[in-house]
Each structure stands twice: as C-alpha cells, then as structure tokens.
Design a protein around this ligand. Structure first.
Ligand SMILES: Nc1ncnc2c1ncn2[C@@H]1O[C@H](COP(=O)(O)OP(=O)(O)OP(=O)(O)O)[C@@H](O)[C@H]1O
Length: 550
C-alpha cells in the first residue's frame, strides 16, 4: 500500500478535533489495509514504529534531520531552522520547504508503507562506526522520494511527534469499530499485551474469540492497575468489609519480568530501566525461583537504610554512565506487593492468593529485597490500619494503600479496589506547555511555567502558571528541558512540546475564565518533575471538576 494513502489519513485526522470522527476515519482505513500491513499502520498512526515497551529509539538528533531536509531541498541549514521557528515544528517546516523545492529527483518512485516502516525501524538498529552517516543515508533515501506532505509526516515520525491528535484510546475504539469486536474485549487485550498492532491483527483475523485468548506473557509489560484516593481509612475499610493495608512507599513502581534467563524491570510508562539499576536485577535473580514470573513492587532510594526523596530514585534511573558509583552512593530497596504471573497468568486470582504466592516464593534475606509491610484489617481492628499509617509516616513513607483482598488484578484501571491514603494533600499531575524567562539574576532561567490538563478529546487545556517550589538546580534542569522541547520562543515567552510532567500542590481550586480548563489553582507549587509519568498519565479536566465539587 502506498504511503500516500496513510498520509491522506493523517491529514484528515489532523483536520478534525472530534474524537468520534477520528475513530471513524481510522476504522474505515483499518478495514482497507491488508493483514500484514495492519500492525504497521496501527503503530504509525501512533507516531512510532515500535510497541511502547521496546527499548529501541530512533536516535536521530533534530539537527541531523534538519540537515537532511536542507540537503534534499537544496537550502542552507539556517533556512531550515528559520522555517522551523516560523512553522513551530520540523515537519511543518519540511512541508513548506518542499513546496518551493528547487532540486528535482530523477528517479521518483512513490513510497510504500512497508518501505517507510522498515527504513524507520532500521534507523534504530544502527550503531557504532559511521552510524550518523548511515542514519542520514536512510533518511535521505526516504526524504528524496517524498512529496511535501509525506516529508512532513516522515519528519514527524522520526521525532515521534505526529500532531494528529490520536492516542491509544482512539486507536482501540477504531479497531473495535472496524472489526466489530466489543470495546471492553479490545481494551483488555491491549492492557495485557500493550501492543495495539497485535490487537488489530488478531481482531481482524480471529475476532473477539482470538482477542480473548491473548494473555499477559513475561517480557511484555502490562499496564499497571492504579489506585483511587481513599476518603478516610475507616470509611474505606468499612466499605470493603475486609482489607489488605500496606505501607505506601514513595519511589518508582516497577514491573519485574523474568523470561527464561532474562530479567527486565519496567516503569509505569513501560520503560525498561534494567540497565540503570543492574544491582537490583542481580538481587532479584538471587531472591526468586528460577521460573518465569511477573511481579510488582516499589523501588525506593535510601541513605543509612532510611528512605530519601523520590528525586534520588529518578536520578538513579536516568543515569547512563558511572553506574557503579551511583550504586554505592544511592542504595536502593525493593518492596514487592503483587504477583501477576508465576508459571501461568495469575491476574484473575484474588489479591490474597497472589500475595500468599508471592510470599511463598520470594526470599527476603537480602536487605534490598522486601515484601511491602502488610496487615489484614476488618471493621473490628480498624485502629490497626491507623497505627500502620502512623508508623509508615514516621518511617518517612507516604501513607498506606487499602486493597480489596478478593479482587483480581485489572490492568490499566484506576478503580475502587485499590485505594491510597496519604499524609499530604492530593496533588495534580500536569504537563508544561509554555513558560516565561525570569528577570534580574534569573533572566537565564524560565521562572514561570504554563501548565495544562488533558481534556476528553485527547487535547490539552491550560490551567495555571506555576512559579514557586523550584530550587536553583531544578530551575536549571527544567530550563534545559524547555529548550530541548522548544517549539517557538518570542521575547521572554517560550512554547514547548507537551513532554514535561510536573506534580503540583495548591491551596485551592478556583473557577477562572482566564484558563482554558475554566478553573485554576491558588498558590500552585511544583512538588517535583514526574519523569516516571507520560502525557497519558496526566490529570484530566474532568477529575479537576469532580475535585472542585468535592
Ligand atoms: N504497597 C504498595 N502497593 C501498591 N502501590 C504502591 C505501594 N507502595 C507504593 N505504591 C505506589 O503507589 C502508587 C499508587 O498510587 P497511584 O496508582 O495513584 O499512582 P500515582 O498516580 O503515581 O500516585 P501517587 O502520585 O500518589 O504515587 C503505585 O503506582 C505505586 O507506585
């Protein structure tokens, strides 16, 4: 199938903001595509060529992409940079420049989807000697056969920023519409495999029955089950009748996968972080039986055996060099709390069975490998849960989790079966969309950050400007990130791609016509940068509204 066909679909998707329309456009297209190409176009509609948990990265710097565009259209790199500033992104710039292209290609052959897909995949595989020039050669091969609109989308796929307003939810709905399978069945298959390409292929070939047979398998991360806020320990325990209460640790959630000899650790964004914390991989290997499994836990950073700020954990995960030193400087501890697979899928078992199996297989002799502190509570001994909460806080942890022991593990769901009760007031996770440089001593730093929430159409709505809670180090780090994701800069204002997630505390939610969300925050303060979260994890306007009413 010609790449032009996919590009026409991208254009129609970009032309509407309505989710239902987007779903129909995609669904019609999916019906037309042959089975072999279908998984590819599904990934490409998400702006990528790999499922999210694959470690591969395109690894082509923006500058090199701009250089390639300059080369193909026959202009200087400065001209490309000017156009990027004007258009707001490299893709848009490529399209404009192509329209006025002076050079013509002699052997113009229309691009095929398979060819574009395979070449983009090849980009990630290149390393070592002359890797840059080999990568450029691939990009040039693609760009020199492209039309203006194709060049726009090839560039955007390379930088993984398609700008067609399509997320996983829309793709899932389109698959269910195209192949007439229940949304909930497509949903579950997606949560279990995290591979929408596969879900589409199975839906097309085998329908609902095929999808129902898909299950989790070690090596492929599952979307984690998330928690809702508890309104109070007593109320929650009374509602559940019987509860498992655990210390809530403040670190990074990890999903641990052992498949044959390989152990991999994934974050909640499904990023593989095994290489950054190799000592944990070793401890886990020594503490679990030699069987395939999937377990979940929280890893925290410690000093003298006590928990320290979540930021240290993030630093450990980010670290690419000098890892040996980091292992010494920031020791880690794992607190295990769930078992999703052991010899076979376990998620449909009640929590109490999963927990009991976990306890029976893990050796906790090593101080780094622990089970989360857990007690069973009923209405008769609610005060024990309060005591666990007090104890957890005094030891420097975040609060407690209150879980229903009879419930299965439901991937990707934020339900009432798992609740969290924290000492600190609830915060919001928001994405930065812009900022303003400071004055005087802080003129080189972006001092104020414009942040947004997600709306129901997969778009963003601005909510507030936040300028407090930032020490000099964080300010410098954020400023660098803002420059990295810059779209346009004018005077002291900068607009950025929505990549940086912040956790914000505030004193009150107020109505405000000034911001697109219709609400704003009084005294917003940055608590921390949430590198463990992505755009899909930010809070929604809907949640804000219900918090306002609450
Ligand atoms: N014993 C535990 N059981 C389950 N989750 C735990 C436990 N201790 C710490 N956690 C962490 O708490 C999180 C549950 O809160 P939630 O699902 O709302 O995630 P979140 O949005 O990151 O919330 P928060 O910002 O409050 O951590 C889990 O994702 C996990 O990282």
């Amino acid at each position: 199938m010609k790449y032009k066909k996919l590009v026409d679909v991208y254009e129609s998707l970009a032309a509407t903001t309505k989710r239902l329309e987007k779903t129909s456009i995609l669904s019609e297209f999916f019906k037309e595509v042959d089975t072999e190409t279908l998984p590819k176009v599904v990934l490409m509609a998400l702006g990528t060529v790999f499922p999210p948990w694959c470690e591969e990265e395109q690894g082509l710097a923006d500058k090199l992409l701009m250089k390639s565009i300059a080369n193909v259209v026959g202009v200087s790199i400065n001209k490309v940079e000017d156009q990027v500033r004007e258009q707001g992104d490299i893709g848009g710039a490529a399209e404009e420049l192509y329209k006025n292209k002076s050079q013509t290609t002699f052997f113009f052959k229309p691009l095929e989807i398979d060819f574009v897909f395979n070449n983009l995949r090849k980009l990630t595989k290149i390393s070592g000697d002359r890797s840059t020039s080999r990568k450029i050669a691939i990009v040039l091969e693609l760009l020199s056969s492209a039309t203006a609109t194709e060049a726009k989308y090839i560039s955007r796929t390379i930088i993984e920023e398609l700008r067609i307003g399509v997320g996983e939810g829309t793709i899932r709905d389109a698959i269910s519409q195209a192949f007439e399978v229940e949304k909930s069945v497509a949903d579950r298959a997606h949560m279990l495999t995290n591979d929408l390409g596969l879900v589409a292929k199975v839906a097309k070939e085998e329908g609902e029955n095929g999808l129902k047979k898909l299950n989790l398998s070690p090596g492929k991360p599952v979307k984690p089950m998330l928690a809702q806020l508890s309104e109070g320990i007593a109320i929650s325990v009374e509602e559940m009748g019987e509860a498992i209460c655990e210390t809530k640790y403040d670190g990074i959630r990890v999903q641990i996968h052992k498949k044959d000899d390989e152990i991999n650790l994934f974050t909640r964004r499904l990023e593989n972080i095994s290489k950054a914390i190799p000592e944990m991989v070793d401890y886990i290997r020594e503490s679990f039986p030699n069987q395939d499994f999937i377990a979940e836990g929280e890893i925290i950073a410690t000093k003298n055996n006590n928990p320290i700020s979540f930021q240290y954990m993030l630093q450990r995960v980010r670290r690419k060099y000098n890892i040996e030193k980091a292992i010494e400087d920031v020791p880690l501890k794992l607190y295990l709390f769930d078992l999703l697979y052991f010899k076979e899928p376990m998620i449909d078992n009640p929590l109490e069975i999963r927990r009991a199996t976990l306890e029976s297989i893990v050796k906790t002799e090593k101080s780094q490998i622990n089970l989360s502190k857990m007690i069973k509570v009923t209405v008769e001994n609610i005060s024990d849960a309060q005591t666990l909460f007090n104890e957890s806080i005094s030891k420097g942890h975040e609060g407690i989790m209150i879980k229903n022991p009879k419930e299965p593990y439901i991937p990707g769901i934020r339900g009432k079966k798992m609740l969290k009760f924290k000492a600190e007031p609830e915060t919001l996770d928001v994405v930065v969309v812009g900022g303003t440089y400071g004055v005087g001593k802080r003129a080189n730093f972006i001092g104020s950050y414009k942040v947004a929430l997600a709306d129901e159409n997969g778009g963003l709505k601005t909510l507030a400007h936040v300028a407090t809670g930032l020490d000099d180090e964080t300010l410098a780090e954020l400023t660098n990130l803002m420059k990295k994701y810059k779209i346009v800069e004018k005077g002291t204002k900068i607009n950025v791609e929505p990549r940086i997630i912040l956790e914000i505390a505030y004193s009150e939610i107020v109505k405000s016509p000034e911001y697109e969300a219709g609400y704003s925050l009084r005294f917003p303060v940055v608590k921390r940068i949430r590198e463990d979260k992505g755009l899909a994890d930010i809070d929604t306007v809907e949640r804000l509204k219900s918090m306002f009413k609450g």
